[in-house]
Design a protein around this ligand. Sequence first.
Ligand code: MN3
Length: 200
Amino acid sequence: MSFELPELPYDYDALAPFMSRETLEFHHDKHHQAYVTNGNNLLKDSGLEGKSLEEIVKASFGSNAGLFNNAGQHYNHIHFWKWMKKGGGGTSLPAKLQAAIDSDLGGYDKFKADFMNAGATQFGSGWCWIAVKDGKLAIMKTPNGENPLVHGATPILGCDVWEHSYYIDYRNARPKYLEAFVDSLINWDYVEECYDAAMG
Ligand code: MN3
């Protein structure tokens, strides 16, 4: 397969004021596009042509850093766009997901604090996550283009804490961006869809 840039699942203005048109234009049209373009160049003659994106991410981790960085970021961003929606975030979660957060992550307030802390303490570029590992939810953080797939887990929610994701709208205030993501942007329906898929 070759990588393709997906369309955003909403208008460029849809997430304002929490994530601006300008941020989405740079982040989707420039940064994600670059991962797609570079990933396709590096995929040629890698021996992984024809594999699924997930398989490419896992197989290139630790063995082909250039391909891994771009394929990992392509995977992460495909989901990141869908993990947000206009009017998202907050405490109205689908019941099954709410029950899993209560039992595995200590409830919504503790999830929010731990997820924001993971994002705020990821030194430099990276991501914070809710992942399914061994049938339970876990909060994770990873550097650069890494994701839970390469640590034996399946991501069901991720927030991009690379500066390109928040610097236009929040400057250096990463915690404010993380709080806006949780309170006003998360598409909980897509998180539950990913949870169902991860639980089989
Ligand atoms: Mn990004």
